[in-house]
Design a protein around this ligand. Structure first.
Ligand SMILES: [Zn+2]
Length: 142
């Protein structure tokens, strides 16, 4: 598996098994465990609740109206809000999965999730607006 697939697999597994309130409890932040308006953990938000938490099984996500952005649980790790590395959380989960479960995640990823539209990035790359590293990171973030 190449690096890009690896990273997508890690995010996907973390988002499938972790919830916001579970991860945030490690940062000492109390967070709702049901669908409701909430303070956005991703920006300075203390007066009016700016975000909505959507509790869907294996699909926890937050929409922040102030930022017009959607977040998944793995963003708590990539932004450093919860002080664990992606690799740490991922391997803790992964080591508890059966080979069958592992194969579902890996196959699903190979055939469904990595249908990124490369063309818009590749165009900019050709016009020298993006370096090779920029190209890679925009693909990872897409
Ligand atoms: Zn926000």
């Amino acid at each position: 598996m190449d690096d890009l697939l690896n990273i997508k697999l890690e995010y996907k597994v973390i988002d499938y098994f972790c919830t916001f309130d579970y991860l945030l409890s490690y940062a000492g932040i109390e967070f709702p465990s049901e669908t409701s308006m909430c303070f956005c953990p991703f920006h300075e938000n203390v007066n009016t609740k700016a975000a909505k938490l959507f509790k869907e099984e294996h699909n926890d996500h937050i929409y922040c109206f102030a930022e017009a952005k959607q977040y998944r649980p793995h963003h708590l790790l990539t932004t450093g809000i919860v002080p664990f590395t992606i690799q740490h959380v991922f391997s803790a989960i992964w080591s508890n999965l059966s080979d069958y479960e592992k194969s579902i995640f890996s196959e699903d990823l190979k055939y469904h999730t990595v249908n990124v539209d490369f063309s818009k990035y590749y165009d900019q790359y050709k016009k020298c607006k993006l370096s090779y590293n920029d190209l890679l990171s925009s693909l990872i973030n897409s």
